[in-house]
Design a protein around this ligand. Structure first.
Ligand code: CU1
Length: 527
């Protein structure tokens, strides 16, 4: 190796694996963060193509593109891939890249486990996708896989689905252990808990949520497995069990899960808004407490997904009040973001545009959530497209916009280059407009009574479905464009200074951690 290369190609000096093997053996938080983010992008593209199939079938009434069974497997796999393959791994990727830099740690606390957490994912994702090619077809019971659809009436491939869910949960739990161990043990001197950047706080709390609920999900799928193969009747009324219990177990996992997907996005937005408003975050401590309260409340509201199963009125009232209470800490956050911008010197670089869209559109999704939390109203919305509209505002213009904002915000730090300003802004406006064309009409469809998860519908729903599909195709196309912007940024562009977004005087504290050297191969200086 020439000395010229060696001078700035640090990780080659130690005889560490190069080329493809670098990625297989890596224990470096930046490499692993990159792997997570690219894996997430691939899943996002596959899950997105399934969404395109859904919107193509729903473009007009009548059956034209796919058969109903395949349509059901599309809605199921779209949900599963986006939740477990795209959003969650993207958040873990951001955590890997940023948490060590933001607390002054040289790497994650458990670098070898970090490698394992990631490398489980491609196998779990492949196994999940492979079910679609199995005899009897893949899972077609919705991402919530309610029993008995997923037990008595499901194809054999469901056992592979169960195993894939187990592996995905394994990966999440190990990732969370790593985040907690890193944040609690590896902060630089002076970096007290209440000085940590908000992104680190939200991820610390998210990690506890994950460790609490992933085993519950594992329990749910294990009970499914034994019901299906070993003669138990957890969810079968015929054997003394109860299918409604499946819903309780699932949503005890599932509700905290939605906060797992949104809390890190809250963290991202709390980093970006102060930077481009040129003011410190308003109400730092209240942000931390609000995040913790949201996390706590997320455990005690699960049955708001089940208002129509026939609960006692006292139960309905309890879950209604508990749910509506979450609006309080959430409003504290939105207030703090607004107060941070109040009389700030705001500029609207691409990360700020995505963060602002997040504040407006996530809040809109929050409001429809409030509507659904009111039990008597939810009787009307239940299982309609209103629900679909709601959770896509929360997860697309919420979680996904948060991830995209983070990518634009931190790309200069990661690659050394700013993303192309004009193309980035085009990507933003294209996406912000099309996403509303896609999801806003679904509110109308739902309120008019269109059920969710159906491949065909009555004539009166035709117009808004066509509008929604056009928005869907446009939004999908916009994200292919995002791919080119990222690749272009990696390959070069306007050089970023040490102080990224320098004009904005980035208010967040990060260190320059060393170039990748941790791998399974021991570096020579330690031998
Ligand atoms: Cu919920």
């Amino acid at each position: 190796m020439s000395t010229a290369t060696a001078a700035h190609d640090d990780h080659h000096d130690h005889g560490a694996p190069a080329g493809l093997m670098r990625w297989v053996y890596t224990t470096n938080h930046k490499d692993i963060g990159t792997l997570y983010l690219w894996f997430s992008f691939v899943m996002f593209m596959i899950g997105g193509s399934f969404a395109m199939v859904i919107r193509a079938e729903l473009f007009m009434p009548g059956m034209q593109v796919v058969d109903p069974q395949f349509f059901n497997s599309m809605t199921t796999m779209h949900g599963l891939l986006m939740v477990f393959g795209a959003i969650m791994p993207a958040m873990v990727g951001l955590a890997n890249w940023q948490i060590p830099l933001m607390i002054g740690a040289p790497d994650m606390a458990l670098p070898r486990m970090n490698n394992w957490s990631f490398w489980i994912l491609p196998f779990a994702g492949t196994m999940l996708l492979s079910t679609m090619f199995m005899e009897g077809g893949g899972p077609a019971f919705g991402w919530t896989f309610y029993a008995p659809l997923s037990t008595t009436f499901a194809p054999d491939s469901t056992d592979f689905f169960i195993f894939a869910i187990h592996m995905l949960g394994f990966s999440s739990i190990m990732g969370s252990i790593n985040v907690i161990a890193t944040v609690l043990n590896m902060r630089a001197p002076g970096m007290t808990l209440m000085k940590m950047p908000l992104f680190v706080w939200t991820w610390l709390i998210t990690a506890f949520l994950l460790i609490a609920v992933m085993p519950v999900l594992a329990g749910a799928v294990t009970m499914m497995l034994t019901d299906r193969n070993f003669g138990t009747s957890f969810f079968s009324a015929a054997g003394g069990g109860d299918p409604v219990m499946f819903q309780h177990v699932f949503w005890f996992f599932g509700h905290p899960e939605v906060y797992i997907m949104i809390l890190p996005a809250f963290g991202v937005v709390s980093q970006i808004i102060p930077t481009f408003a040129r003011k410190p975050l308003f109400g730092y401590a209240s942000m931390v407490y609000a995040t913790a309260s949201i996390a706590f409340l997320s455990f005690i509201v699960w049955a708001h997904h089940m208002f129509t199963v026939g609960m006692p009125v006292a139960g309905e009232l309890y879950f209604m009040y508990a749910t509506v209470m979450i609006a309080v800490p959430t409003a504290v956050k939105v207030f703090n973001w607004a107060a941070t911008m109040w009389r700030g010197s705001m500029t609207f670089e691409p990360p700020m545009l995505w963060a602002l869209a997040f504040v407006f559109l996530f809040t809109l999704g929050g409001f429809t959530g409030l509507m659904m939390g009111v039990a008597p109203s939810d009787m009307q919305y239940h299982d309609t497209y209103f629900i679909v509209a709601h959770f896509h505002y929360v997860l697309v213009t919420g979680a996904l916009f948060g991830i995209i904002a983070a990518v634009y915000y931190w790309l200069p730090k990661w690659t050394g280059y700013y993303p192309d300003d004009r193309l980035s802004k085009l990507h933003f406006w294209w996406s912000a407009i099309s996403v509303n064309v896609l999801f806003f009409p679904q509110h109308f469809l739902g309120l008019a009574g269109m059920p969710r998860r159906i491949p065909d519908y009555s004539l009166q729903f035709a117009d808004w479905n066509m509008v929604s599909s056009i928005g869907g195709f446009a939004f999908g196309l916009g994200q292919v464009f995002f791919f080119f912007i990222i690749v272009k940024t990696i390959r070069g562009g306007e050089k970023a200074t040490d102080e990224c977004w320098e004009d904005a005087q980035g208010l967040e504290w990060t260190i320059a951690s060393p170039a990748p050297y941790h791998t399974f191969v021991t570096p020579p200086e330690i031998k």
